[in-house]
Design a protein around this ligand. Structure first.
Ligand code: HEM
Ligand SMILES: [Cu+2]
Length: 590
């Protein structure tokens, strides 16, 4: 089938509001998503430091923090309920408004149309709506900090019965919890709209000659992520609506019979908290791939560019992306090994979970194959991509441990899990975002970022991440529970305190390192060296236009693609890279 192309010929809007606030330009919308995620990330990071301070110095009093949070730090010490509220908000902010927002909504919006040679997304107005729904979802979530009872304490997974009961179950579970559910529901709608747009755009808007197997792996990753979102978010949305009904309309989807809260039997019956777990994790496991697939795409792109080599095994990489996405839907039960389900389903979920190791290993070996024998340029973007691979492997190994139901029985809800998921999903995806930022910044802002500061930022973050999250695995082996504020409540945890202190000091240093990034970002926007159109001598279509790109991306030109996405160091070619739009080579290749 010939790919169709649509070039929009509408004039750029001129008013500030239409240009920057309610813009339908995918580039502005991409930046809006990006900056929303940036704000969310710094808030989320602040909350994690509060938790870390409590865990490392449990008996210290903090007058300054008490002045800032009179409720949560009554008497100068963090109350355990406040810890749980920080935990819930940290997790929710990070998963939804950072990991789902920046890699897909941010970079995907900005670069998917550009990499397929289109002028915009398929549905620009819908695109604008997706962003504004996301923004409203974020504001609603933030509002939970300020209502009576404060932010919810049910964790980012919002498990009932706690989350379904209301204020009697604890602080934050009144209006705060309602806001949490509503925020998630709005976020689901936003993500669904966004997903439709990504899928239509990639299938329908490719420029001339760009058939599917000439697409950069980033496009495949954004596309697959959108498919996952389309299948996973409706389930969370439905679960959220049922939870809201349980909370406010007296239904009992998730509340069992005979539940006793604060000494009183709750007058509901017939529901099951396990039902929520199924619905939640049917969404929740694919969600970790929604977070990390765009990072895998960006990493493939960046490794090839800076190793000056084609991505090793392009087709295998596409298949692995799909395999990971597909298998991701059959493994949700590995979050429920201790929920009391049949040991046979535990076995089935174990086996399928471990199977994901196969496409993951394919991807890892192909990344290493891409690096092998390359003429590597260690730019900041390259360092963060290598860091991504490293974290993906480190986190993947512990995933293989947790995927076995017999071992998970012990590790479940210990710090081992916290260490594992922070490495593989949390910080790996964050590293990919940094890589993407250093890589695409010249295109987006027409200036270069400061490489020296970038490398400093990398080393602080890379060493920081391992210093923070490796010791957490040790805490887990010691049996330290997660979601638990009182690090000295049990005698056997006493000896863990130095480890907690070490982690917290590392977290503070790493957090300071992130301000170097923030400074570099804003300083470079104004003062960075002017960027050429193709500073990294890369091959894909976004580099075939000016930096920053004009309103319609390519100045009304229709690009014609003659080459695959990663033709680096092709024998017989005049230079060591061939852009996708370069004319066909006279010499025979491959
Ligand atoms: C600066 C780096 C970070 C630090 C120091 C940090 C610290 C923490 C701490 C102390 C907890 C609570 C552990 C517990 O008591 O169970 C936690 C939970 C969590 N964090 Fe992070 N975090 C960081 C980055 C991230 C990132 C980038 C993500 C994105 C996925 C993330 C997602 C989560 C989630 C989902 C939870 C679990 C929340 C829950 O159980 O409800 N964190 N983090
Ligand atoms: Cu999972």
């Amino acid at each position: 089938m010939e790919p169709t192309t649509t070039i929009h010929h509408h004039a750029p809007p001129s008013s500030f509001i239409r240009k920057y606030i309610f813009s339908t330009d995918h580039k502005i919308i991409g930046l809006q998503y990006y900056f929303l995620a940036l704000v969310a990330a710094f808030i989320g990071m602040g909350l994690s430091l509060l938790m870390r301070i409590k865990l490392a110095w449990p008996t210290e009093t903090w007058p300054t923090l008490a002045a800032l949070f009179p409720e949560g730090f009554a008497g100068g010490q963090m109350k355990p309920e406040f810890y749980l509220a920080m935990l819930t908000m940290h997790g929710t902010i990070m998963v939804f408004f950072v990991l789902t927002t920046a890699p897909q909504g941010g970079f995907g919006n900005y670069f998917l149309p550009m990499q397929i040679g289109a002028a915009d997304m398929a549905f620009p107005v819908l695109n604008m709506l997706s962003f504004w729904f996301t923004f409203v979802g974020f504001v609603v979530l933030m509002a939970a900090f300020f209502v009576t009872g404060g932010a919810p304490i049910s964790g980012w997974t919002g498990y009932p019965p706690l989350s379904a009961l209301g204020q009697i179950a604890g602080p934050g579970l009144g209006l705060g919890q309602d806001l949490w559910v509503i925020s998630i529901a709005i976020f689901c709608v936003a993500s669904l709209l966004g997903a439709l747009n990504f899928i239509s755009t990639m299938l329908n808007m490719r420029t001339k000659g760009l058939d599917l197997f000439k697409l950069p792996l980033t496009c495949w990753a954004w596309f697959t992520t959108a498919v996952l979102a389309l299948l996973a978010f409706p389930v969370l949305l439905a679960g959220g609506v049922l939870l809201l009904l349980d909370r406010n309309a007296g239904s009992s989807f998730f509340l069992p019979e005979g539940l006793i809260v604060s000494g009183k039997v709750i007058n509901r019956s017939g529901g099951s908290p396990i039902l929520w777990q199924h619905l939640f994790w049917y969404f929740g496991h694919p969600e970790v791939y929604i977070a990390i697939l765009p990072g895998m795409g960006a990493t493939s792109q960046i490794l090839a560019t800076f190793a000056r080599k084609p991505v090793y095994g392009y087709r295998a990489m596409v298949i692995a992306i799909f395999a990971i996405g597909l298998l991701g839907f059959f493994v949700w039960g590995h979050h429920m090994f201790v929920s009391g389900m049949s040991p046979f389903s535990g076995l089935a979920f174990s086996v399928i979970t471990l199977t994901i190791g196969i496409p993951s290993a394919i991807k890892t070996f192909n990344w290493l194959g891409t690096l092998w024998g390359g003429r590597i340029r260690f730019t900041s973007a390259m360092l963060f991509s290598i860091g991504f691979v490293s974290l993906f492997v480190s986190g993947g190994v512990t995933g293989m441990v947790l995927g076995q139901s017999s071992l998970d029985l012990f590790y479940h809800d210990t710090y081992f899990v916290v260490g594992h998921f922070h490495m593989i999903m949390g910080v790996a995806a964050i590293f990919a975002m940094f890589a993407g930022t250093y890589y695409w910044f010249p295109k987006m802002f027409g200036r270069m970022m400061h490489e020296g500061l970038g490398r400093l930022h990398f080393w602080l973050s890379f060493i920081g991440v391992y210093a923070i999250f490796v010791p957490m695995h040790i805490l887990g082996v010691m049996g330290h529970p997660r979601r638990y504020a009182q690090s000295t409540a049990y005698e056997f945890l006493g000896s863990a305190l130095p480890l907690h202190e070490f982690i917290t000091v590392a977290a503070i240093i790493m957090a300071l390192g992130q301000f170097i990034f923030l400074f570099n970002l804003f300083w470079s926007m104004k003062k960075g060296a002017k960027a050429p159109d193709n500073p990294w001598e890369a091959t894909t279509l976004e580099w075939a236009t000016s930096s920053p790109p004009p309103f319609d991306n390519f100045g009304g030109r229709q690009l014609v693609v003659h080459h695959g996405p990663y033709e680096y160091s092709v024998p017989g070619a005049p230079k060591d890279y061939i852009m996708q739009t370069d004319p066909p080579l006279a010499v025979a290749k491959h």
